[in-house]
Design a protein around this ligand. Structure first.
Ligand code: ZN
Length: 152
């Protein structure tokens, strides 16, 4: 029996996202970067999801980012690429727009790499996006900042 195709509407172009779509039409990938904390974020927002500053600007993507899919993450967990000894999130915020929710928090992790035995201890910002479906809220997308500089 064939499954019904789910129709996903194209994203709406808003004044906040128009520069992203204009650049994409020119074959360029641009992302928002916060000049206050230095973190990049996507989807495009005027307010930085990591520090709340409105000092954000468009920058061309460097091409050095990494995209991990579900298979990558499951393999990493099975291979125990990292052993986490501490994981704590603070400064959580939840924003809901219709059937979409974005959770942002400051995450502190420490542990060691299983392959190289090197220890790690850092904080980063993350945002997880959920969409409400007929079966409940479903995780669809996540992004994390680079490790933050150590506080003095
Ligand atoms: Zn920021």
């Amino acid at each position: 029996m064939a499954q019904a195709q789910r129709k996903i509407p194209a994203p709406a172009v808003t004044p906040e996202t128009k520069p992203f779509w204009d650049a994409a039409a020119d074959g360029r990938l641009v992302i928002k970067q916060c000049t206050a904390c230095g973190q990049s974020h996507h989807y495009p927002r005027t307010i930085c999801p990591f520090c709340g500053s409105d000092a954000t600007e468009w920058r061309p993507a460097s091409g050095r980012g990494k995209v991990y899919n579900k298979t990558d993450l499951l393999k990493s967990a099975r291979d125990k690429d990292a052993v986490y000894e501490h994981q704590e999130d603070t400064e959580q915020s939840v924003r809901v727009w219709g059937d979409t929710a974005v959770i942002t928090a400051l995450l502190w992790v420490s542990g060691k790499g299983a392959q190289d035995g090197k220890t790690f201890d850092y904080k980063l910002w993350f945002s997880d996006t959920y969409v409400r479906t007929s079966g409940g809220w479903r995780y669809v997308f996540g992004q994390a900042s680079l490790p933050l500089p150590k506080a003095p």
